[in-house]
Design a binder for this molecule. Structure first.
Ligand SMILES: [Fe+2]
Ligand SMILES: [Fe+2]
Length: 267
């Protein structure tokens, strides 16, 4: 069994110390093999915020695959934003904005969906969609195939439609055909696991809420996801863990069992 901890939208600068402590406890208890951080790592892309975020994720006890979110590009410093939009991000999280982690059980592919000139909306180019598809096509049957973006590829509420990643239709079609299993994202601070019907193969959008930030949607607590994958059983479990304010701890509030499609790609 492999364990992936999916966190998002930490928005360092608005982090909450008790929630961070509870998340460190959860990670120590669950011993993830990999941490995925799907963007909006900081609130204002300040160097000190990136440093605090880096120090925090380094304590989660597993390798971290991170991608930038729209908040990780300077907003008000226009010269920095247009000339060197990812310099501050790169100083803490590395220059690779589209990292890939491959292990016998996982193939996890990051895509940078932020655009410096368009601060909020996310975008996927045809070249990015094709790159991810090529990588997906090279996966082994035992690998869970995971793509990580920031803005959502599918939403559950009409009011979130304007947050949809530009290029989502094409990405879903191409990545389903190429064998994607899970599409992880954040941005709207609303956790859900959504089966996508009508594509060539079964795949799911898995959204994480905000892990530790006080920027909560009304009625939606801090949350993270834990993905467990047992290749031999061809079963994957996506668990949502919410922060309970009274108990000051994360607790599992929802678990969904998924059966990834293991028909050969192109069959
Ligand atoms: Fe966010
Ligand atoms: Fe965002």
């Amino acid at each position: 069994m492999s364990v992936l901890l999916h966190i998002s939208d930490t928005h360092f600068g608005t982090e909450q110390a008790p929630v961070m402590a509870a998340l460190l406890d959860l990670a120590a208890q669950q011993q993830p093999d990999l941490v995925v951080l799907s963007g909006d790592i900081t609130q204002r892309a300040r160097p000190a915020q990136f440093q605090a975020a880096r120090a925090f994720v380094d304590r989660l006890g597993a390798p971290v695959l991170a991608i930038p979110g729209n908040h990780d590009i300077p907003l008000l410093d226009l010269r920095e934003r247009l000339a060197r939009p990812y310099a501050r991000y790169a100083a803490a999280f590395g220059t690779d904005l589209e990292p890939v982690i491959a292990a016998p059980e996982w193939l996890v592919i990051g895509a940078n969906t932020t655009r410096a000139w368009r601060h909020r909306n996310g975008d996927l180019s045809i070249a990015q969609i094709d790159r991810v598809a090529r990588l997906l096509s090279s996966a082994d049957p035992g690998q869970l195939r995971v793509v990580v973006v920031h803005q959502p590829l599918a939403v559950t509420e009409p009011r979130d439609r304007h947050h949809l990643l530009r290029g989502h239709d094409e990405a879903l079609r191409v990545w389903a055909e190429a064998g994607a299993d899970l599409l992880l994202g954040g941005h709207i601070h609303l956790p859900y696991t959504l089966a996508l019907h009508g594509q060539a193969r079964r795949l799911w959008v898995v959204q994480a809420g905000t892990a530790v930030s006080s920027r909560l949607r009304p009625g939606v607590p801090n949350s993270v996801n834990i993905v467990r994958w047992a290749p031999a059983q061809e079963r994957c479990r996506v668990e949502r863990w919410d922060f309970l304010v009274r108990e000051q701890t994360f607790a599992r509030t929802l678990a969904t069992t998924l059966q990834p499609d293991r028909e050969p790609v192109g069959a």
